[in-house]
Design a binder for this molecule. Sequence first.
Ligand code: AMP
Length: 178
Amino acid sequence: MNVVILGPQGSGKGTQAKLLVEKYNYFYFESGEFLREIALKNEVLRRIMDEGKLVPSEEFVAYTEAYFDEKQIYDNILFDGFPRQVEQYRIFKKWLMTRKIKFDLVFVLEISEKTTLQRLTLRKREDDTPDVIKERLALYTEETTPLIEELEKETKVIHIDGERSVEAIFKDICTKLN
Ligand code: AMP
């Protein structure tokens, strides 16, 4: 079963993803980390990420497909932060279909903008400046919200209240998974 976890920055999705990987042994695909690795050798990519913009869909999906094909991994994947927009999903869906797989379950962590901002001021990452945080939040509303609506038509999407303790959220997710 392939699972996707989505949520705005600071929603705690990375934390939940790691707990899920520990418990269920998923193959963990974290899009931001995946791109940061590639960006070490790609200045154009680095600039896009430093500004909090989305990496062009065709390019990102091409990297992702090559990565999984090389590893021959098609099941039990936890996608964290990907897909992030409708176009990306539509491109990637073709690849999923040719591999006869799909996103089986999607979790969406929900938190208010206020909580997001509070949590991110506690995190210290180079691209966590106020302007970049705002850019990423705007992108989530503009790009990821329509994606969630599209996913809802095609697969099982579960909305999770992210304004609780890590343990409470994790318990909730595990219950839904079982
Ligand atoms: P994150 O670590 O998830 O906050 O991602 C850091 C940065 O990587 C984002 O601001 C984007 O520039 C880029 N990025 C991560 N995931 C994606 C994606 N699915 N599509 C396009 N760009 C992405």
